[in-house]
Design a protein around this ligand. Structure first.
Ligand SMILES: Cc1cc2nc3c(=O)[nH]c(=O)nc-3n(C[C@H](O)[C@H](O)[C@H](O)COP(=O)(O)OP(=O)(O)OC[C@H]3O[C@@H](n4cnc5c(N)ncnc54)[C@H](O)[C@@H]3O)c2cc1C
Length: 356
């Protein structure tokens, strides 16, 4: 029997596995994909995320980002370099880097096994995989992303999702620098129920749209967004629209169970994505670090439950997500309207920085 089983080797799962293994805890990390895969993602890693992760190798940095530009019609709002910088990465490299850290810390990793059943027993938690293998541990962490089976085990009912369509498009470094600069570029006006992004990388850009839409609406919004960029910058973006990445982003539910005696949820599995910006990697890593602290405490004190995690994580992350969702429900496009109608740019910047 392991001390802890972690389901899912994304940023959340690999980080909690590493944190626990470094404390001498016996951890098994189970991942369904046989190999580390590219994931639909802008690959934007904010400065506050880098502060949590520590140094990352130069060779996985695609572009060093110096600030964020938010476009709203004719107006452009620049968010500060100090707070709104970071790097871009490919998820294959970034997730691989974090998984390697877990491995070096002593985590046992099994790839190519999909967890399909969970049993929460008196003295252990058991995970069964599609191939029929069974693994048991004192505690279980659900880090299995937006479609989490661990979330479904702890919560009945339908989960809400925002949708996204995105694509990486090859572009010369010169052109990227000329048009998109080394900034996170956010477009708030052209997409009715969401926003669009362009994040620069080494030899390509990540373009996407996301928001409160169904997949058909997202795909249509993506096509419109591409047209707008082509028209505005005189570009010809050769995109095969049959091969765009459509994916889901979980919407946080403050009533959902995020823990139940031997089990906790972290990252996307817990619904931890900022609703206004779509940033999720920061929350994935922060919830992993917090989760590791509470599991360590439970093991040290010989407890059968992971006490305190849910309350703490709802205070640290959940509160901001709930406010963000409320603002989104009332104003629909809060960032767009703030830039359009608020004259005092200092107040606008402060408001946006609080919730973006
Ligand atoms: C289009 C798009 C763009 C985005 N851009 C950004 C961005 O630029 N910056 C940012 O911060 N965030 C971004 N996000 C959000 C970000 O991708 C997520 O918040 C982040 O991946 C969460 O990490 P995680 O480890 O919780 O989950 P994931 O990265 O989803 O990892 C979960 C892992 O669990 C595995 N798994 C799932 N089910 C099982 C199972 N049953 N058994 C075993 N393994 C399983 C999966 O294969 C996966 O590897 C974006 C999201 C989308 C959809």
């Amino acid at each position: 029997m392991f001390d802890v089983i972690v389901v899912g080797a994304g940023p959340a799962g690999s980080t909690i596995a590493k944190e626990l293994s470094e404390k001498g805890i016996d951890v098994l990390l189970i991942e369904k994909d046989p190999k580390i895969m590219e994931k639909p993602c802008g690959g934007g890693i904010s400065k506050k995320t880098l502060d949590l992760v520590g140094d990352i190798p130069e060779d996985i940095i695609e572009c060093e980002i110096r600030g964020t530009r938010i476009f709203s019609g004719e107006k452009v709002l620049e968010l500060s370099h100090e707070k709104y910088s970071g790097v871009t990465v490919t998820r294959k490299n970034f997730d691989g880097f974090l998984e390697n850290k877990a491995k070096k810390a002593g985590t046992k990793i099994i790839r190519g096994e999909m967890v399909s059943k969970i049993e929460n027993k008196e003295d252990e938690v058991v995970c069964e995989t599609v191939s029929g293998k069974r693994y048991s541990a004192k505690f279980l962490v659900g880090a299995d992303g937006p479609t989490s089976i661990v979330y479904r085990y702890l919560n009945k009912g339908k989960r809400q999702y925002a949708k996204s369509s995105s694509k990486e498009i090859l572009m010369s470094k010169k052109k990227i620098n000329e048009i998109f600069k080394n900034k996170f570029n956010i477009y708030t006006d052209s997409i009715k129920r969401g926003y669009g992004w362009v994040f620069p990388r080494k030899n390509n850009i990540s373009i996407g749209v996301g928001g409160d839409m169904n997949i058909l609406e997202t795909t249509a919004a993506f096509k419109e967004f591409i047209k707008k960029l082509e028209w505005e910058f005189g570009l010809i973006l050769e995109i095969d629209f049959n091969k765009i990445d459509n994916w889901v982003l979980p919407v946080y539910n403050n009533k959902a169970n995020l823990a139940s005696n031997r089990i906790i949820l972290i990252g996307d599995a817990a619904g931890f994505i900022y609703p206004i910006s779509g940033e999720g990697i920061y929350c994935a890593i922060l919830s992993a670090i917090k989760g590791a602290k509470f599991i360590d405490l439970a093991l040290k004190n010989g407890k059968k439950e992971i006490l305190g995690y849910e309350k703490e994580i709802k205070r640290v992350i959940g509160k901001k997500l709930s406010y963000g969702l409320l603002i989104l429900r009332i104003f629909k496009k809060p960032v767009h309207y703030a830039i359009k109608y608020l004259k005092n740019t200092n107040i606008t910047v402060k408001l946006i920085e609080k919730f973006f």
